[in-house]
Design a protein around this ligand. Sequence first.
Ligand code: LMR
Length: 341
Amino acid sequence: MTQITRRQALATTAALAAGATLLPTAQAQSPIVIKFSHVVATDTPKGKAAEFFAKRAAELTKGKVKVEVYPNSQLYKDKEEMEALQLGSVQMLAPSLSKFAPLGVKEFEAFDLPFIFDDYSDLHAVTQGPVGAKLLKKLESRGISGLAYWDNGFKVMSANRPLHAPEDYKGLKMRIQSSKVLDAQMRAVGALPQVLAFSETYQALQTGVVDGTENPPSNLYTQKMYEVQKHVSVTNHGYLGYAVVVNKKFWDGLPADIRTQLTQAMADATKVANEDALKDNQDALAKVKASGKSTVYEPSKGERFLLKKAMFPVHKQMSSRIGEETIKDIYKATNFDPTKM
Ligand code: LMR
């Protein structure tokens, strides 16, 4: 054999050997990819839960599923991500509950009603019970399967002026998510609501396109909105949380054992998400306070009551849009008596 032919022969043997070991492994390792897109920072309740789910899914499926998490609107902004899910360009999302009404499932706007939940225990009576399950089912007609609810938290208001009394909101342009209930809530205190994508909010606040906004502290902090807002009021007037959703066709088409493992991974991630959300928001608020960039104000009981009184009529105003039955179901689950308002 000449030098060249020997080298060629060696190379062929090596390639065959590599092929012999690599080919079956490569086939076994070709994982099912789940693209999970979201709009918030990684260091938030949703961001952390998504990472946890990815890790747990890999463990439980022994690498047969690879969840790729794309945070911070890297892939899609809120409206686009919903379309991408329905088209199958991404497989999983965790949009805020407010973002399902534009799909036509208006019942989800019940979660936006001001002062509908007093605390997480009220919320869980809905999200972890039959009312929550019934709402998730409604997404199926849109080609979406709802897998879980992930908590974020109760919202604070922010602006460049102190927000103590309902009158303080008058004339302020307030960024909201695209929800008719949030629109009505802002109008109830004389503010001018403006729908903007989450990813555009910081800049809109910075440049004065809007004057203020509402969000749980974890978002206010991680998006640095507090750096361009002089005043934060801990009103806890409403709730913002998520539904984790998948493209139904994709989900139904998974092998049954993989679906079972992913369901378990989701249950584990949900537990972590919901255990950490309260503390994450408390920590974020403490960091906003410590920054000295915004003044954080805790409204008195009386001030909070006046805000509630101003905003509560939104429940009635929006009841035919949301559906009276859904609102009643929530009142019942949380033992809330609206006549005692
Ligand atoms: C928002 O748009 O304010 C939120 O829905 C962002 C999020 O996903 O927490």
